[in-house]
Design a protein around this ligand. Structure first.
Ligand SMILES: *Cc1c(COP(=O)(O)O)cnc(C)c1O
Length: 380
């Protein structure tokens, strides 16, 4: 039996989600911009989905713009703010542990003449609110700090950073892709101007996401074309994707508390199992308190990341070395590097992330397999 422990990379689509999407790949194929009946049917589906997602997120439907996913949402927020505010200033604040969709966008802005401050984190992966405050300058136009880190699960002090940004009149974006479904979100009450979301991390389809844009926030579009999404994101809408996104989020919303408790339990079974098998010869990376329950980043000093992942794969256990973008290369994770952990810890870290479909039995089996691999490799 294969065990999938890579839900932070992507998740399986729930059957209910697929079922909700199917009609939009068959009978309901109209272009939502068309005024005839076929088009109106597609438009109605988009409207209903947007309403439902807005209700889940605690914002108004008009504040949500659909995109092709987390990457596009991050890019739109960063380039959109940079362009719209370039007369006000060209300085941006972010952190060293952002997803590459943020980091590489910021690096591109640097090549375009902007200045970017990449804030460090503490060894638990937390950005200090004081560091953010000290980095703010008169020409700072945007602060972009992620909500939940995708490699270690650390939850940042988003409210405090957002309030700080408000006090200084600086736009605040958060990559909330890994927060969605895991952290209760009421956008209208959060001091956040822009927030990125993606459906495929919450058992929705790939290729659909959203950017929340708070009222009165003006950002330039990334794409030019038709009038879709209030001209902010042209292109014929991904109706099936939007419907699937809404369904996936609705399911999370209906049972968020139980889902989180279940994830916490799965995580605990893993941790307890590893403790009983390997005593204290492993290290958990990330913050013990400010963390999401769906990610466990753990190191087995002496057992290199790549050989652990390869051996686990042979045993049918799918895990990761942090971001999917860096796996396959031997590059050390930029997140663990920023946390300044000992070399033996960063060189042996793996990310186990869980969700829909995982069971306690699978966790117990995974522990056995990990422990066997650790013993085999350490003895050599
Ligand atoms: C997955 C992920 C993204 C990218 O989202 P896509 O929809 O895959 O483009 C961005 N940020 C974080 C934190 C992620 O985990």
């Amino acid at each position: 039996m294969n065990i999938y422990l890579d839900h932070a990379a992507t998740t399986p689509v729930r059957p209910e989600v697929l079922e909700a999407m199917l009609p939009y790949y068959s009978n309901i194929y109209g272009n939502a911009s068309s005024t005839h009946g076929f088009g109106r049917e597609a438009r109605a589906a988009i409207n209903a989905s947007r309403d439902s997602i807005a209700e889940s997120l605690g914002c108004r439907p008009g504040e949500l713009m659909f995109t092709s996913g987390g990457t596009e949402s991050d890019n739109t927020a960063i380039f959109g703010a940079a362009e719209a505010l370039r007369e006000k200033g060209r300085h941006i604040i972010t952190s060293q542990i952002e997803h590459h969709a943020v980091l590489h966008a910021c690096e591109r802005l640097e090549r375009l003449g902007y200045e970017v401050t990449y804030l460090p984190v503490n060894p638990a992966g937390l950005v200090s609110v004081e560091d953010v405050e000290q980095a703010i300058r008169p020409d700072t136009i945007l602060i972009t700090i992620m909500y939940v880190n995708n490699e270690v699960g650390t939850i940042q002090h988003i409210e405090a950073i957002g309030e700080l940004a408000r006090r200084h009149g600086v736009l605040f974006h958060t990559d909330a892709v890994q927060a969605l479904g895991h952290v209760p979100l009421t956008l209208s009450e959060l001091p956040v101007d822009l927030a990125s979301f993606s459906a495929h991390k919450i058992n929705g389809p790939k290729g659909i996401g959203a950017l929340y844009i708070a009222p009165k926030v003006k950002i330039s579009p990334l794409l030019y074309g038709g009038n879709q999404e209030r001209k902010r994101r042209p292109g014929t809408e991904n109706v099936a994707g939007i419907v699937g996104f809404a369904k996936a989020l609705q399911i999370y919303g209906e049972s968020m508390h139980e889902l989180q408790q279940n994830l916490e339990k799965l995580r605990q079974v893993l941790v307890d199992g590893l403790e009983s098998q390997l005593a204290d010869s492993f290290v958990i990376n990330g913050d013990p308190v400010h963390r999401s329950p769906h990610i466990l980043n753990v190191s087995f000093p002496g057992v290199g990341t790549e050989s652990m992942l390869m051996n686990l794969d042979l045993e049918g256990v799918a895990a990761a070395s942090g971001s999917a973008c860096t796996s396959g290369s031997l590059e050390v994770s930029h997140v663990l590097k920023a946390m300044r952990l000992p070399e033996e810890v960063t060189a042996s870290a793996i990310r186990l992330s869980f969700g829909y479909g995982n069971t306690v039995e699978q966790m117990e089996e995974a522990v056995q397999k990990i422990a066997t691999i650790v013993r085999r490799i350490r003895i050599k």
